[in-house]
Design a protein around this ligand. Structure first.
Ligand code: 6R9
Length: 676
């Protein structure tokens, strides 16, 4: 791609070309794309060779479960098998082999606790601790294939727990520690977890907040109905006093920390389930996305190496995500550790004790690769550039963005203020379901454009299509959905038309839903429907526009409208609720709820709104707390009874109403507007 200079001022076409110095030393080069174009499967086999395999595979890909063109009956599963027959151990790849290669003294984790404590963990130490945890989990009878729930703040033991599970072939299900007891219970029950690993409490903005308490509540929930959990393993982090259930609860420091530091990793099949991670869908029930071993680790490792231009032993890498999300799985745990990264793991919030925290950490450790979310970049913008400018950020050489579309203004600020107008920005599009990065510029190779994810990575194939599956670049017709399109042609649905190694292998316990959600829309072609809208601009750069379904994106977190609606109607005063994501300067989208009260409700004013916000926050998580709640007399519905969220979004964003012709009663809006 060629283009004009970054200073041309023309936002539509300005391209930032990689500097010659960066290009000369970059991990990625044009040969990656050439190799992938020549033979895609041979390309992925080369990438898999980045890993240590106990047994080689016999076939790179078996896609008989989803081959395009076949009769639906002949491709019933849509489950790919990558590196068929190969065997490996994920923890061995992430830890042992680096120690065996003589890098045991290299720091794996610079841990920075919120209260100011810190700890450096070398690869040798990590190996010893993962081995101890693996020995203890074996001692309590856990076996390959069992599920383990991990409900922990960002402390080293969380990563050690994940690696210990991987080492033993236990399938982990990490549940974000901000989730409520009922959300935890739902996930524990769905996966039938035998063990929950947690902490006594977690540090948040200088205060110790309880966490084990939520586990107790979760496991006693539903009037004490039975659950699958045999043990709760508790790491002491805050010294908060906690309740104790003898026989069930065990302290980490009394068990794991006393176990042997020797443990030999056994290999597992390339398709052995590595983890389940729950994500919001368009209905209230979260989907347990299943990932397996060989393909996942291959793509995690390949993308981390090339997209971040990571140099083992030289770079200091920091991904600011939480392990409760997929970004934490792939770009804190598996990608970086498989590549022998030295990384920062930070426990707390970016403004604790003050807004300088991230930049203090960057300076302290000389962070060279920094990967964060647009919502945080916009928060930094709001706090003001004088804050980062008070620090020496010259160590930074690559910047990453993930979680939602990054607006060009935030992109420019990020580059200028954090990246000294020099560090390339990689805007990485991917999903819990894709397992690893799919669309992103390659630093040193791809010229970038503020706000664009640019192009699929070598080895990855995408299309942007209309409702019939026609390529939008060939057709005048656009897909029929209501995503704001920045006024350009070539807008459509983002689909993945070829299987990729880190692709999900299903929804835990619900393969019908898996097929319906991802494969039904383009069943004829056998394409994966991502749920996002996208477009190509006049230069052929790819822009991801955001969700086309009822999933909101708040600060990079996926929250379904129906999840919040069901929490609201779970309140005794609420009869009906409709929830939409309205654009928000800081968080990308903000949650706006419209509720109809039950006639009997006495409390109707501001106090009720406050109570409802707290109710949602407690029921789901503080991240799902509505920004606004409007009490309205009626909701706009189609004749078939569907709530017209598109129109509510117009109201929430203060726009003229779109087409109201399918509504039962268009006058509803006068009442809704009056209530705002
Ligand atoms: C990794 C992650 C996935 C959804 C995805 C899309 C949005 C993520 C993006 C982006 C535009 C990017 N998304 N990265 N949109 N540009 N660079 O975030 O996974 O939590 O499953 O969310 O996030 O809408 O479909 P997940």
């Amino acid at each position: 791609m060629t283009g004009s200079s970054p200073d041309s001022g023309n936002t539509a076409t300005a391209l930032f070309e990689p500097s010659p110095e960066f290009r000369a030393d970059a991990n990625a080069g044009p040969e990656l794309q050439e190799a992938a174009d020549k033979d895609r499967l041979a390309f992925w086999a080369d990438q898999a060779a980045r890993l240590h395999w106990h047994e080689p595979w016999s076939e790179v890909l078996d896609w008989s479960g989803g081959a395009a063109g076949a009769e639906p009956a002949e491709r019933p599963s849509y489950v790919a098998k990558w590196f068929v027959g190969g065997q490996l151990n994920v923890a061995y790849n992430c830890v042992d082999r680096h120690v065996l290669d003589g890098h045991g003294d290299q720091v794996a984790i610079h841990f920075e606790g919120e209260p100011g404590d810190s700890r450096n963990i070398t690869y040798s130490e990590l190996l010893a601790e993962v081995s101890q945890a693996a020995n203890y989990l074996t001692e309590i009878g856990l076996e390959a294939g069992d599920r383990v729930a991990i409900y922990m703040p960002m402390i080293p033991e969380a990563i050690i727990s994940m690696l210990a599970c991987a080492r033993l072939g236990l399938t982990h299900s990490v549940v974000f520690a901000g989730f409520s007891p009922s959300a935890l219970r739902q996930r524990v029950d769905d996966a039938e977890a035998r063990l929950v690993i947690t902490t006594d409490g977690q540090w948040r903005r200088g205060k110790a907040a309880p966490l084990k308490e939520a586990v107790d509540e979760a496991l006693y929930a539903n009037g004490g109905t039975p659950h699958s959990v045999e043990h709760v393993l508790v790491v002491r982090r805050t010294n908060l006093e906690i309740e104790w259930t003898d026989g069930r609860d065990v302290w980490w420091h009394e068990t794991v920390a006393k176990a042997s530091t020797e443990h030999e990793a056994q290999p597992f099949d390339a398709e052995h389930p590595l983890f389940i991670l729950y994500t919001s869908g368009t209905t209230g029930k979260p989907k347990g996305i299943v990932h397996t071993t060989g393909g996942y680790l291959t793509q995690a490792s390949y993308t981390h190496h090339n997209v971040f231009d990571h140099k083992a032993g030289k770079d200091v890498y920091w991904c600011t995500a939480d392990i409760g999300w997929v970004t934490g799985h792939t770009y804190i745990v598996y990608g970086p550790l498989s590549n022998r990264t030295t990384q920062v793991v930070y426990e707390g919030t970016p403004n604790s004790p003050d807004e300088h925290r991230h930049w203090n950490i960057v300076e302290k450790y000389g962070v060279s690769i920094y990967y964060t979310a647009p919502t945080l970049i916009r928060t930094f913008m709001k706090w003001g550039r004088q804050i980062p400018q008070a620090h020496d950020l010259s160590s930074i050489r690559v910047l990453g963005s993930v979680g939602e579309p990054i607006n060009p203004e935030a992109w420019r600020w990020y580059r200028e203020v954090i990246g000294a107008n020099k560090a390339p920005i990689v805007d990485t599009w991917w999903q819990t379901e894709t397992g690893a990065i799919m669309i992103s510029p390659l630093p040193g190779v791809t010229a970038t454009k503020p706000g664009a994810a640019m192009a699929p990575l070598p080895g990855i194939s995408v299309k942007i299509v209309d409702d019939e599956g026609n390529d939008v670049t060939d057709s005048e017709k656009e897909a029929d959905f209501s995503v704001r399109s920045a006024g350009s042609a070539h807008v459509g649905y983002l689909v993945l038309d070829q299987p990729w190694p880190a692709m999900l292998r299903g929804i835990w316990g619900d393969m019908e839903r898996y097929k319906a959600t991802y494969w039904e829309k383009f069943a004829e072609q056998g394409w994966y429907f991502a749920g996002d809208g996208a477009r190509y601009d006049e230069d052929g750069a790819l822009w991801v526009l955001g969700r086309v379904d009822d999933v909101m994106n708040v600060s990079g977190h996926r929250i379904s409208t129906s999840e919040v609606e069901s929490a609201l109607v779970g309140h005794s005063g609420v009869a009906e609720a409709a929830v939409v994501g309205a654009s928000d300067e800081t968080t990308g989208q903000g949650i706006v709820a419209f509720v109809i009260l039950k006639g009997s409700t006495e409390n109707t004013g501001d106090a009720l709104v406050t109570e409802l916000k707290a109710h949602v926050s407690k029921d789901i998580s503080p991240i799902a707390k509505p920004r606004e709640i409007h009490i309205v007399p009626e909701l706009p519905k189609t004749r078939s009874g569907k709530i017209m969220r598109r129109l509510l979004r117009d109201v929430a964003e203060g726009r003229e109403l779109g087409d109201t012709s399918t509504l039962v009663d268009p006058k509803v809006f006068e009442d809704i507007r009056a209530a705002r």
